[in-house]
Design a protein around this ligand. Structure first.
Ligand SMILES: [Fe+2]
Length: 512
């Protein structure tokens, strides 16, 4: 709190003050509350589609709110690989007879895969946030989602009334957090994965949105942002020290905002790409927030570059319109040139079409995200180099966050154009321009793989690549471990659970 000024505090109160938020939210919430889940029976439609298209198992709720098991190991787990892979994602898609109508709406479930050098155990637990706790007490859904109208919705007093804690996991200064992006992060019990409470980074920041993609630099410094849409569109920036204390936070007017999911840190800057998917509250249709996110390509994608040491030092770049969720990494050269990557599509149909209608078992086409590299020059010019390759869930070694990286790990396109678009785990070598990968084959959906460095790693790629998969042909989930230098040879170990898990989003490996 050492640089927290009264002016900044007032700025954040605009976002977090209960009175202001409640008053200004009323018309919007009334619009949401007026919705009703017309348009057919999504539960029945999904069940019918699942019977003929088993890949939809990834969008089915888990069989219980708590799961535990021991995996069967194929190959050999590295003896040095000890710790826990935590993952999160929307899981409970259907409850009280209501099926959610967007992938992003399900209640979060945190999974913990514990490696002890020989065996692997799993625990999973649904996040009983205040939202879900109130719904369980009422015996019905009370709160609308991004794409789901709920009849007779309860009053929304602030963003955390809608918080499903369902996107990612962060382990920082001994605290395990489940991350959402529309409101607070949540503190979890490390052993039981029980939901313990909302995290506040400082006075006046209660309930202020906190991204699901904070960046932790090698020295432990944590950078984050948040996007608030109601009562006003605002961008919040955070700097948090290695010891978990807030160094500074700032509310910034960044013009039209909507869905901004990830960002980039470099040695001296934060880089935030703002796609032209913008919130237009008057467009809330049928009580669904998703319908108020309008695609306005004429705005282009705007890039905000903020100095880390002074959040008031900001400059803008203009890029062609595009929509993407994730960045792998970024860095800056001594000349001040900024370089970063982005998995970016021509439009936002992944969000507005694909991830909505899959919830009723319908696979709609969407613009693919291509692995793309960006360069921003100090004189305001920029370069965009798109590759033809569809890529998602980019990750880099923790040691190179914000620094020049050679390798990026992604999911990529299958070799045969099967029904699962992203079936390969891949490594890009940015220096050589090569791409190695392993195709999991038909019947399997690989998920994000994270790089886990060996203790005292001697090189950027000295470690393992660890992630999950859903084998929908067998109806079970599992974990794979790759040698990043030999991905093409396939996993060095696979661990099989005897039950399926819903597809999740992001993970974090905490060493033992
Ligand atoms: Fe994400």
């Amino acid at each position: 709190m050492n640089t927290w000024s009264r002016r900044q505090l007032l700025g954040s109160t605009l976002l977090a003050g209960a009175g202001g938020l409640a008053n200004l939210t009323v018309p919007f919430v009334r619009a949401l509350a007026g919705g009703s889940p017309g348009g057919g029976d999504w539960s029945a439609d999904f069940a019918a589609s699942l019977a003929s298209r088993p890949m939809l198992l990834g969008w089915k709720s888990p069989r219980a709110d708590r799961l535990a098991g021991t995996a069967r190991i194929e190959g050999r787990l590295p003896a040095e690989l000890r710790g826990t892979l935590y993952r999160n994602g929307p899981a409970v898609h259907e409850r009280f007879g209501l099926r959610y109508r967007h992938w992003f709406d399900g209640d979060g479930m945190v999974q913990a895969f514990r490696f002890d050098g020989a065996a692997l155990t799993h625990r999973g637990r649904v996040m009983h946030t205040p939202k879900l706790a109130r719904e369980l007490a009422a015996g019905r859904r009370l709160y609308p989602g991004l794409g789901t109208p709920v009849p007779r919705a309860a009053p929304v007093r602030g963003p955390d009334d809608l918080n499903s804690a369902n996107i990612s996991v962060l382990d920082h200064h001994g605290e395990l957090l489940a991350l959402w992006e529309g409101g607070s992060a949540s503190v979890l019990d490390r052993e039981t994965l029980a939901w313990r409470g909302f995290k506040s980074w400082g006075e006046g920041l209660e309930g202020v949105p906190f991204t699901a993609h904070p960046k932790v630099e090698p020295d432990g410094t944590l950078w984050a942002f948040g996007i608030s849409l109601i009562p006003a569109m605002r961008l919040v920036l955070y700097q948090i020290a290695r010891d978990g204390s807030l160094v500074k936070a700032r509310v910034v007017d960044a013009g039209p905002l909507g869905m901004v999911h990830d960002f980039v840190v470099t040695e001296r800057h934060l880089v935030i790409v703002i796609p032209p998917l913008v919130f237009e509250p008057e467009a809330v249709g049928g009580g669904v927030l998703l319908d108020a996110l309008a695609w306005r390509p004429a705005l282009g994608s705007r890039v905000l570059v903020v100095a880390k040491d002074d959040f008031d030092d900001r400059r803008w770049y203009q890029l062609p319109a595009g929509f993407g969720f994730h960045h792998g990494n970024g860095w800056e050269e001594t000349s001040g040139v900024l370089r970063f990557d982005h998995c970016v599509a021509d439009d936002a149909t992944l969000v507005s079409e694909r991830f909505r209608y899959i919830m009723r078992g319908e696979l709609r086409a969407a613009a693919p995200e291509r692995y793309t590299r960006f360069t921003l020059y100090p004189d305001g010019r920029s370069d965009v180099e798109a590759t033809p390759e569809w890529a998602e869930f980019p990750r880099v070694a923790p040691a190179v966050v914000g620094k020049r990286n050679r390798y990026v790990y992604t999911l990529g396109e299958s070799d045969d154009g099967g029904e699962v678009p992203l079936r390969r785990v891949e490594r890009r070598d940015l220096e050589r321009g090569t791409l190695d990968g392993f195709d999991f084959g038909p019947g399997v959906i690989p998920e994000e793989h994270v790089f886990v460095p060996r203790r005292n790693a001697a090189a950027e790629d000295d470690g393992w690549l660890v992630g999950t998969f859903l084998d929908y042909a067998r109806g079970v989930s599992g974990v794979t471990v790759f040698d990043p230098r030999r991905i093409g040879e396939g996993p060095i170990a696979r661990a099989w659970l005897d039950y399926p898990l819903p597809l999740g989003f992001h993970g974090h490996f905490s060493p033992a």
